[in-house]
Design a protein around this ligand. Structure first.
Ligand SMILES: [Zn+2]
Length: 308
């Protein structure tokens, strides 16, 4: 198979890409995700693959990056923040509608795989990839292989509790996983919003409606807006101490940031200045880098689930 099709199934968009044998991109398609509708989500992926193959006049391998993961025990999706996928036999249904074997992987794992292969983590032995976007995902690649684990949760650091919380960060906002104060609730886009407008007890279900999106807050901070700058600093501190727990456990060579919030320029200088406060080492030589393939890393990694 010389054509590799990657699908990135996101909460708002489904993206498809087709890579040639050399990793060159031949085609790309993007559609809205049929939110809340599992059957239409499966059909939309089938239509995208058919469209790509019709355009290119050949059949390809298909890898799919999904939010959450496939439970090794039951074969159904679990842990997806696109909650309409949870409990569904997505792997089986995609194989059926696409009439071929399909590989599925967590979207953060796809992101880490892509960056480890030919992105910001190229040449590194241990890569930790983090997506800071609607949610907060993590993936671990060791010597070119995605670490999955018997529970398929390796790298799911977003649902650890925020470490070393101060009084204002405890118990923290409710998370869709059922707990409070998960790293994801602080480091996703809404996490930057609550850093600007915390509300009582940092409860994002409290009627404190932020009047600025995460993107607007980041842009205002870059322009020198004091309140937005303070929010970005609060966010940066939470990111630094959360990454410190990864360093203390895994000690990766490089940490690659992706997702919308990875565009905040100051993270790459400010985080290394302050993470030494929590990392158990006299010095920190770990690199922190922005994803080379940007928003394409997830979909490229999905395509590379079928190696040469
Ligand atoms: Zn959680």
């Amino acid at each position: 198979m010389t054509l590799r099709i990657g699908i990135d199934l996101g909460g708002t968009k489904i993206e498809a890409i087709a890579l040639g044998p050399d990793g060159r991109e031949h085609i790309r398609r993007r559609i809205d995700t049929p939110r809340g509708d599992y059957a239409r989500t499966v059909a939309a992926i089938a239509d995208l693959v058919a469209d790509v193959e019709r355009q290119l006049g050949q059949r390809g391998s298909v890898g799919v990056g999904i939010p959450g993961s496939i439970s090794p025990a039951t074969g159904v999706v679990k842990n997806a923040n696109s909650t309409w996928l949870n409990g569904q036999p997505l792997h089986v249904d995609l194989k059926r509608v696409l009439d071929r074997d399909v590989r599925l992987a967590n979207d953060a794992n796809c992101f880490a795989l892509s960056e480890a292969a030919d992105g910001a983590g190229a040449g590194a032995s241990v890569v930790f990839g983090v997506i800071l976007g609607t949610g907060t995902g993590g993936g671990v690649v060791i010597d070119g292989r995605v670490l999955v684990g018997p529970n398929a949760i390796a790298g799911e650091w977003g649902h650890n509790a925020l470490p070393w919380p101060d009084a204002s960060e405890w118990p923290g906002p409710p998370c869709y996983c059922g707990r409070h104060g998960c790293i994801e609730t602080f480091l996703s886009g809404s996490g930057l919003q609550i850093a600007l407008a915390p509300g009582p007890g940092l409860r994002i279900d409290h009627p404190t409606v932020p009047d600025r999106t995460a993107r607007e807050i980041a842009a205002a901070a870059a322009r020198g807006d004091a309140a937005a700058g303070a929010a970005v600093e609060t966010y940066t501190r939470r990111l630094a101490k959360s990454l410190a727990t990864v360093m203390n456990l895994l000690d990766p060579d490089v940490i690659v940031l992706g997702g919308g919030l990875s565009n905040i320029e100051s993270l790459y200088t400010r985080v290394p200045e302050i993470w030494t406060e929590w990392v158990f080492s006299d010095r920190v030589d770990t690199r922190i880098a922005r994803a080379v393939h940007g928003d394409s890393s997830g979909v490229r990694g999905a395509a590379w689930l079928w190696p040469a």
